[in-house]
Ligand binder design. Structure first.
Ligand code: PLP
Length: 393
């Protein structure tokens, strides 16, 4: 008997991937410029020039520095450079010991959940949420509890959180800037959240961990700031990735911050290494550990995403769509024009508009539009959005 759980996960591909595959088929039939594919969160801007320069320079280094295994937590010098950068930007006091290099945010989260959780534990998250959380939490025999969003701002519903936390709560997972809503949680809300976690941890005599999923930290628009959670709550683990900031999703590189102030730091630090070992990560890609150190504070051209956001938000609002105002990431969360977002997305396909229904994000009735696309895709898609709207008038 094989694992039914793995069979189920592997045979039911994600809705996002299904729509993307459908898009490839439609592009072959109708022509790439006739299909408006807003399904995938693949960065559309190129990696900054510094990445190319770093790779070329690294190719001249001895092979053992770029192709060999590194220690499991990563190259000590790379980890030191990242710690210094975080200290500079967020007034922290991390050292290399507090940084564990990973294969991107997916690995960071999976490792943290496995390191902290036991079967029967509960992890809480907030809708709309990244669907893979369910897979990682259930993968260790724990339960994912989802709290609906505070409306209409899509911030965290603190009252609901207060009621949901119990002695079984091992951790709370947040993602800001958020995929799929584009919302950035405010400092006030985050203070409320960490206040509740402090109070409950004390009442239960056991720490409740905050896992913060931050691949979009740098992708924010205007004067929006993304508070650094270790400053607000000692029992925070930060899961970071260069997939979006450096446009390197295929290279699989990120890290976990394991602050020394964690109540159980002495056990959690080895548990993180143990979880990475069980999951078979061995070490993060060494060439890209070195690239990350050389490009530690660089990003691609975030302004290009801002341009796309404005174009899409203005265009859809003018047509009468109701959109959650996005302050970051590269997604627009839009109210479907009928209750069933799946039916709405099916209808959108008639106009070769490929949108993702929100059910798997735990927040039915919406669609996610990934605007990490060429600007002309947004411009050319507007008549299709207009025809779709007319169907519902
Ligand atoms: N968390 C969120 C919210 C994401 O949107 C993604 C990817 O899209 C990930 C985690 C996984 O990121 P990575 O490619 O770094 O594993």
């Amino acid at each position: 008997m094989i694992s039914e759980k793995c069979y189920e996960l592997g045979s039911r591909s994600s809705i996002i991937r299904e729509i993307f595959s459908y898009g490839l088929k439609r592009k072959a039939e109708a022509g790439a410029d006739k299909v408006y594919d807003f399904s995938l969160g693949n960065p559309s801007i190129p990696a900054p020039e510094s990445v190319k320069k770093a790779i070329l320079e690294l190719m001249e280094q001895p092979p053992e520095e770029v192709h060999a295994y590194s220690p499991a937590p990563g190259d000590a010098r790379v980890r030191g450079v990242i710690a210094e950068s975080l200290n500079r930007r967020f007034e922290e006091d991390f050292t290399a010991e507090n940084i564990f290099m990973t294969c991107g945010a997916a690995a960071s989260l999976n490792i943290c959940i496995k390191a902290l959780g036991n079967p029967g534990d509960v992890f809480i998250t907030f809708a709309p949420f990244f669907p893979e959380y369910r897979c990682w939490v259930e993968g260790i025999g724990a339960k994912l509890e989802v709290i609906p969003p505070h409306l209409p701002d899509f911030q965290i519903d603190l009252e609901a959180l207060e009621k949901a936390v119990t002695p079984k709560t091992k951790g709370v997972i947040i993602n800001s800037p958020n995929n799929p809503s584009g919302v950035v949680y405010t400092e006030e809300v985050l203070k409320g959240l960490t206040g509740i976690l402090k109070k409950k941890s004390e009442a239960y005599g056991a720490p409740i961990y905050l896992i913060t999923d931050e691949p979009y930290r740098e992708i924010v628009y205007g004067n929006v700031t993304v508070p650094y959670l270790t400053k607000y709550y000692d029992n925070t683990l930060v899961c970071y990735s260069y997939s979006k900031s450096l446009s390197l999703p295929g290279e699989r590189i990120g890290y976990i911050v394991i602050p020394g102030r964690l109540t159980e730091y002495k056990k959690i630090s080895p548990a993180i290494a143990g979880a990475a070992r069980v999951l078979g990560f061995v070490c993060a890609p060494v060439l890209f550990q070195q690239v990350a150190a050389r490009c530690v504070e660089d990003t691609g051209d975030i302004e290009a995403y801002r341009g796309n956001r404005d174009l899409l938000l203005d265009g859809l609002t003018r047509l009468g769509y109701s959109c959650v105002p996005p302050q970051g990431a590269f997604y627009l969360f839009v109210k479907a024009l009928e209750e069933d977002a799946n039916a709405f997305c099916e209808r959108a396909k008639k106009y070769d508009l490929l949108l993702v229904p929100s059910d798997d994000f735990g927040c039915p009735g919406y669609v996610r539009i990934a605007y990490c696309v060429a600007e002309k895709t947004i411009v050319n898609a507007m008549p299709a959005f207009e025809k779709l709207m007319e169907e519902y008038r």
